[in-house]
Design a binder for this molecule. Sequence first.
Ligand SMILES: C[S@@+](CC[C@H](N)C(=O)[O-])C[C@H]1O[C@@H](n2cnc3c(N)ncnc32)[C@H](O)[C@@H]1O
Length: 282
Amino acid sequence: MTLKSPLPPQSVSAPADSRSTARREWGQNFFRTAAAACRFSAQLDGSDTIPPDSPNDLMTVEIGAGSGRVTKVLASPGTPLLAVEIDPRWARRLAAESLPDVTVVNEDFLTLQLPGQPVRLIGNLPFVTGTRMLRRCLDMGPARMRQGVFLLQREYVGKRTGAWGGNLFNAQWEPWYSFDRGLAFSRQDFTPVPRADTQTLMVAPHRRPSVPWREKAAYQRFVQRVFDTGQMTVGDAARKVLRRGHAQFVRGAGVRPADRVKDLTVPEWTALFRAYGRTADR
Ligand SMILES: C[S@@+](CC[C@H](N)C(=O)[O-])C[C@H]1O[C@@H](n2cnc3c(N)ncnc32)[C@H](O)[C@@H]1O
């Protein structure tokens, strides 16, 4: 449902139990102040690594607009903004504000048909579905997803930005995107107060990805297979992935058999993927 113009007036109040269920299930922890929403939103500017053909080609999509604190900061004439909100009450309320060049859609971001044009994505994401939302954004590919500014649990952002070393998720996505830490926010910046502190995850597409996007499925399957072996070193994992030619495969990639799978860099993963293709082709 697209709510571009104000709908007939309707009460936004609802029985307390259904409101608290919505709050919990949809992770409705809103920015408490406009100042905090401003700090968060300001991170969207200036880090577009692939300039669009013209600034107008670029659309901003806000995931989970809620009460519209972030939407209001970003709304600006001439800058199209798609504000996606699953809760009909908040979507209706925000649409009624008729913010300039803002289109409010009352839909589930996980199933919404996303714009075909390049987009910048921003969202104070719900805790429960945040990871799925992030995957959905990354799945757009680096030619369409030009920037991502996502507020997520601080611990999760730590994982994505290397605090605990390499992992399957990062190995699968880093040929196309970089993941960096942005501003942190305390629980007190939100209402109701959430159960964890949050931090911004800044996602930027690589200008020259090390693996072509059309090979994404094959590359990600390969990385998954290596991790699924459960082996600590590349040499041991290679033995499980390939029945024959595993030593050749590791050597061909210029990686040492004793290197740990979780320490592999993007160039090493890419080299292993290429060597695997050559070995498996024979
Ligand atoms: C953490 S709140 C952020 C609200 C607002 N942007 C802010 O920062 O104050 C997350 C918002 O995402 C909405 N939401 C949850 N799941 C969603 C989904 N699948 N699709 C779209 N919106 C969703 C919630 O209703 C809620 O308004």
